[in-house]
Design a protein around this ligand. Structure first.
Ligand SMILES: Cc1cc2nc3c(=O)[nH]c(=O)nc-3n(C[C@H](O)[C@H](O)[C@H](O)COP(=O)(O)O)c2cc1C
Ligand SMILES: Nc1ncnc2c1ncn2[C@@H]1O[C@H](COP(=O)(O)OP(=O)(O)OP(=O)(O)O)[C@@H](O)[C@H]1O
Length: 153
């Protein structure tokens, strides 16, 4: 039984997330998704939705066998608990495979580190970024003070 782990913020779910999780699931028999805590999302604006809601949405995806709230302090806590055979990084995820592989080896965790493929938009209107979804909402629904087009867009 090959256990796979994938991870991310998964704020406003979109087909890119689905592609990533399906790609990761295809690399083993069961897929566990770790959902980042707000405090650990430091390389971009904080997520709009709370971690529990983000976890619940990821858990609802067919590709995902179980979704977990990430540890608030130590990203390796869920890894040591889950003891995966493969960790799949997202195609543009800011983590370094070699660095993670070293950290796993230092913890005697026998686990491969792989990187998923990216998915390109299939039509102009399609948004494959949570940040871009927020931008569109602000543009279309932002109040007059926020430069939005106002109204229900
Ligand atoms: C192997 C691995 C384990 C992680 N575990 C946790 C965790 O336990 N708690 C957490 O808040 N974030 C965890 N993360 C970090 C988040 O997934 C990271 O902030 C995430 O990559 C968000 O960035 P992204 O959504 O832009 O990809 C982990 C990342 C990796 C690569
Ligand atoms: N278009 C895509 N194709 C494949 N994987 C994707 C795509 N978009 C996001 N992912 C992957 O999903 C995981 C979670 O991504 P994240 O939660 O950061 O969403 P995001 O849409 O990339 O956020 P943002 O674009 O606002 O930074 C990451 O590993 C990322 O590589």
């Amino acid at each position: 039984m090959t256990r796979v782990v994938a991870q991310g913020t998964f704020d406003l779910l979109h087909p890119g997330h689905v592609h990533y999780l399906e790609d990761a699931a295809a690399r083993g028999d069961e897929l566990h998704a770790i959902v980042a805590r707000r405090a650990n999302v430091t390389h971009k604006p904080e997520p709009i939705l709370c971690a529990r809601q983000r976890r619940d949405m990821v858990a609802a995806l067919d590709a995902v066998d179980e979704a977990h709230l990430g540890d608030p302090e130590d990203v390796f806590v869920p890894i040591e608990r889950l003891d995966p055979d493969v960790i799949v990084l997202g195609y543009d995820q800011h983590h370094d495979e070699a660095g993670i592989a070293e950290a796993l080896a230092a913890r005697d965790i026998d686990c491969r580190v792989e990187r998923a493929s990216g998915r390109e938009p299939r039509y102009d209107e399609e948004l494959l970024s949570s940040g871009d979804i927020v931008e569109r909402v602000l543009r279309r629904r932002g109040g007059p003070g926020e430069g939005g087009e106002g109204g229900r867009g």
